[in-house]
Design a protein around this ligand. Structure first.
Ligand SMILES: NC(=O)C1=CN([C@@H]2O[C@H](COP(=O)(O)OP(=O)(O)OC[C@H]3O[C@@H](n4cnc5c(N)ncnc54)[C@H](OP(=O)(O)O)[C@@H]3O)[C@@H](O)[C@H]2O)C=CC1
Ligand SMILES: O=C([O-])CC(=O)C(=O)O
Length: 263
């Protein structure tokens, strides 16, 4: 049995737990105080980060919120526990980013930032070295993913698309912590100063779509993803949990776990 940790038990976390055979992994789940969801038999709850650290999981996955990254990830890395983070937009806070990097160095633990809802980040990492590289990232989701934001602006996107935001990846990730982590994943890959972000609530969107347009001395590229929303959360692409599972399997060298032919 392998012990793994998980922070949060929402749409992504549920998909991650069900991606592993129940007899291969013991999950230790850090939940908010008072939360008591129904849990599978191989999942137990811990109330404090210290308990998670004491249990020495092989790795911990954050699938909760940017706030959870700030609260828990430095301590996990300092304790030498490799950590996979979904809420990568938390790193838009430069002070937190530096603190997390220092914690990783001091504990000798890796911080894994998966591609999440996106693809094409290898291309962006390659052109990061080119000073003229420019990238435009567009997030386009149906109005159901933006209900609260549209209501607070007194807007409706039932008939026509509404551009909710244009700006930098750090602004986007901070303004929309539940929707724009992907914008900051683009920034981490190519360099924040090279990226502009657009956010569109679009009644014609058939899924959570992400467009990455890149231009540099190396050429031009267009990556377009139309992701099915997670059944548990319309803001979240179902692809994200798959990406985190793949990152976890790479990290652990999954010969450790018998994936029952599902590799
Ligand atoms: N990198 C990427 O490409 C993507 C990243 N994400 C990010 O991944 C994260 C998880 O997404 P998803 O599963 O869809 O979200 P959900 O809202 O479905 O689930 C998150 C769960 O974590 C809990 N939680 C939040 N903060 C804490 C905390 N500090 N301690 C313990 N539990 C906490 C929430 O509780 P409560 O409801 O009480 O707050 C909720 O139960 C989000 O931050 C999301 O924005 C999502 C999609 C793509
Ligand atoms: O899952 C998505 O489509 C993107 C998302 O929510 C995020 O980046 O936070």
């Amino acid at each position: 049995m392998t012990t793994l940790g998980l922070i949060g038990y929402g749409a992504i976390a549920r998909d991650i737990v069900s991606a592993f055979p129940p007899d291969a992994v013991d999950w230790l789940m850090l939940l908010r105080e008072g939360a008591s969801p129904e849990l599978p038999a191989n999942v137990s709850v811990v109330a404090r980060i210290e308990q998670l650290i004491e249990a020495k999981p092989l790795a911990v996955v954050e699938a909760a919120s940017q706030g959870a990254v700030a609260t828990y990830i430095p301590a996990l890395l300092e304790a030498g526990i490799p950590t996979v983070v979904a809420s990568v937009g938390a790193l838009a806070d430069a002070t937190l980013h530096a603190r997390i990097a220092a914690a990783g160095r001091s504990g000798g633990a890796r911080l894994i930032l998966p591609a999440g809802a996106l693809g094409g980040l290898d291309y962006l990492r390659a052109i990061a070295a080119l000073p003229d590289a420019r990238v435009r990232y567009t997030s386009r989701k149906p109005p159901t993913a933006w209900e609260a934001e549209l209501a607070s602006l007194g807007l409706s996107a039932e008939r026509d698309a509404v551009t909710l935001f244009e700006g930098t990846p750090a602004e986007a990730a901070s303004a929309y912590p539940k929707n724009l982590n992907a914008a900051f994943a683009v920034a981490l890959a190519v360099g924040a100063e090279k990226v502009t972000v657009r956010v569109i609530a679009d009644p014609k969107a058939t899924g959570n779509s992400h467009e990455i347009e890149a231009e540099s001395a190396a050429g031009t590229a267009l990556f377009s993803m139309v992701n099915a929303p997670s059944p548990g959360n319309p803001k979240t692409s179902a692809l994200t949990a798959l990406s985190l599972v793949a990152a976890l399997r790479d990290l652990l060298d999954m010969d450790l776990l018998d994936m029952g032919g599902r590799r």
